[in-house]
Design a protein around this ligand. Sequence first.
Ligand code: FMN
Length: 171
Amino acid sequence: MKKLVVYESGTGFTKQYAEWIAQELSCSAVSLKQTTAEEVKQNDLVIFGGWIMGGMVCGLDKVLAMAPAHLIAFGVGSTPAEITDAAAMKQQNHLENVPFFYFVGGFRFEKLNFVFKIMLKTLKKSVVKKADKTPQEKFMADILGTSFDATDKKYMEPLLACVKETEAEVK
Ligand SMILES: Cc1cc2nc3c(=O)[nH]c(=O)nc-3n(C[C@H](O)[C@H](O)[C@H](O)COP(=O)(O)O)c2cc1C
């Protein structure tokens, strides 16, 4: 089964996961910006990973429009897995028929553009002030403006198992 990993990454965490997955599957990892619908269609299975912005997986609409034969998706965010509702995220991203996995990335605040920095500073001010914070808001109040790397290959395991299952079904 011919496989391709495609990614959309702003600060490098999603790219890192895409490269790790490609290594495990002995296939290539390419940036969404550098691939075409033709290249995508030459593959039996595409694994797409995008960074998460406001709960949405960046680049997903573009990959879906390329109509890959089979698609498995993952989203990379900074929120700890324990306080992330991956099922709700899957639904929010209209991925009812696509297997979806949430991976923890991190934050590279210094690599963000000016607009994102301002946006996050404003968000931090409002969550810090808020009484009765949700676990996600408490997390944001603590970490926004800082940088950390929480990538871990353990998050890839369910996705790699799903690739194996898909291969067995499609054969
Ligand atoms: C504007 C903005 C919005 C974000 N929204 C979310 C979010 O809703 N949930 C989350 O877990 N992380 C969120 N993040 C954090 C990124 O998803 C996280 O830093 C991710 O690891 C970035 O991946 P990348 O290095 O591949 O770009 C946001 C970051 C930015 C800059």
